[in-house]
Design a protein around this ligand. Sequence first.
Ligand code: PLP
Length: 230
Amino acid sequence: MTIKEKTEDVLLRVSNAAEKSGRSLNDITVVAVTKTVGVDKINEVVSSGIINLGENRVQEFNNKYNQLINNDVKWHMIGHLQTNKVKYIIDKVELIHSVESIKLAKEIDKKAEKNNIIAKILIELNIGQEYSKFGVSEDDIIDLLKELEQFNNIKICGLMTVAPYCNNPEDIRWVFKKMKEKYDNISTLHFKNVEMKYLSMGMTNDFEIAIEEGANIVRIGTGFFGERNY
Ligand SMILES: *Cc1c(COP(=O)(O)O)cnc(C)c1O
């Protein structure tokens, strides 16, 4: 399949999954994850109507950002972000998905203030990934949200997770259900700086189940571009 055909296929599947949960394609932000992918291929998804792109490494992001600067695209930082690299992306990304510590949030706030912007962030939750070092545990999220009230230049717009890889994604449906529960629960609490709007979950292997369970941002790489060559 060409990238254009793959894109049509992904969007159809997103649309069908959205309908199963009483929504439509327009309710779902589809982020094309472009790590390891060159600009020529990225342009193919962009010309098929995808405007949200995601990267997980700052240097790779910056290269592509500069090459695509004249395109009407929005960038998402989806990977682990080191505090000393926040300054390179703060004014260039639409949303930072992967905030998992007070230290990182503090740096984002500081650099956002410097740039006179309010940075939009998601908190990365670690559910079902016993061995992952990334993400906040569900026991710690409420305390973290309380601590984040001290900042003036960040807006917490939702939650993100990377579910464990499973051959049968039905086996991790519970992870997505639990994320949605947390998301709904936090929506009822009134923290300063928090406005639950986005639930970022679902990748190539499991996005349909994530959408059925309430995801409204999915991050899809392989589905658009095929297997990655590192
Ligand atoms: C690579 C990556 C994705 C996309 O993975 P695919 O399985 O290729 O769809 C999504 N989210 C994050 C955080 C990633 O690093």
